[in-house]
Design a protein around this ligand. Structure first.
Ligand SMILES: Cc1ncc(COP(=O)(O)OP(=O)(O)O)c(N)n1
Ligand SMILES: Cc1nc(C(=O)O)sc1CCOP(=O)(O)O
Ligand SMILES: [Mg+2]
Length: 217
């Protein structure tokens, strides 16, 4: 499977995203439901460094057992400690070209991009894929800006062509996912619609069912 195909249903989660639930169980269910990639995003959480590494190891093990790419958000140090598949960084994080140097050629590098200029720069700096968002309003990331909508994906895709992997993120629910892939994204990245669903397994299934064979422009 090409990495691009792993972006179809990209689940992003940290312990802060599933209050009252065990993140390990949430991830297991999401995998049963069919997620294709996972990002460990421990952000403003209550865990200390050691607890973060311990949780990361548990989640990484489950991903390995199911052949799911395991991406670490923001932290190159944690990605290296966990021997992660890759790392995802945003525009306010370390520069993408420096991160590429640190992680080497074989790990996956994801970079957030809102505009065509940021998208071009990300790929020039060594990104394997970009995360474009927020697609819709979101309560999972208080510092996310105004929604850029699927139109931002459409614009980047039309200008850059089909070679570049793109995932939409932010406020995406199963019923809105087809708009995002219809605009040209390879897939959707999702926190709360899976982590806070009464059944993460059912939610993941619903995403895949509704996206069906929705194709890119
Ligand atoms: C797949 C994906 N896309 C975008 C983001 C957002 O990254 P960033 O802008 O650095 O914000 P934080 O996630 O660090 O709050 C992402 N994490 N994943
Ligand atoms: C982590 C993240 N990044 C965003 C961006 O726009 O770059 S929006 C976002 C939060 C996504 O969570 P939910 O699926 O619950 O809306
Ligand atoms: Mg970040």
């Amino acid at each position: 499977m090409r990495f691009k195909d792993s972006l179809r249903l990209y689940f992003v989660m940290g312990s802060q995203d599933c209050p009252g639930e065990n993140p390990v169980e949430v991830l297991k269910q999401a995998i049963q439901g069919g997620i294709t990639c996972f990002q460990f995003r421990e952000k403003n959480s209550r865990l200390n460094g050691r607890e973060t590494v311990e949780l990361g190891k548990e989640l990484q093990k489950i991903c390995r057992e199911h052949n799911i790419p395991f991406i670490v958000n923001d932290r190159v140090d944690l990605a290296l400690i966990l021997d992660a598949t890759g790392v995802h960084i945003g525009q306010e994080d370390l520069p993408a070209d420096e991160v590429r140097r640190l992680i080497g050629p074989d790990r996956i590098l994801g970079v957030s991009a809102e505009t065509l200029e940021e998208a071009r720069r990300a790929f020039a700096d060594g990104a394997d894929y970009i995360g474009v968002g927020p697609m819709f309003s979101t309560s999972s990331k208080p510092d996310a800006g105004e929604p850029v909508g699927p139109a931002a994906v459409r614009h980047i895709r039309q200008q850059m062509g089909h070679r570049y992997p793109i995932v939409g993120i932010g406020g995406i629910t199963p019923d809105r996912a087809p708009e995002v892939v219809g605009a040209g994204a390879d897939g959707v990245a999702v926190i709360s619609a899976i982590s806070k669903a009464s059944s993460p397994l059912g939610a993941a299934k619903q995403f895949l069912q509704l996206m069906g064979n929705s194709t890119k422009l």
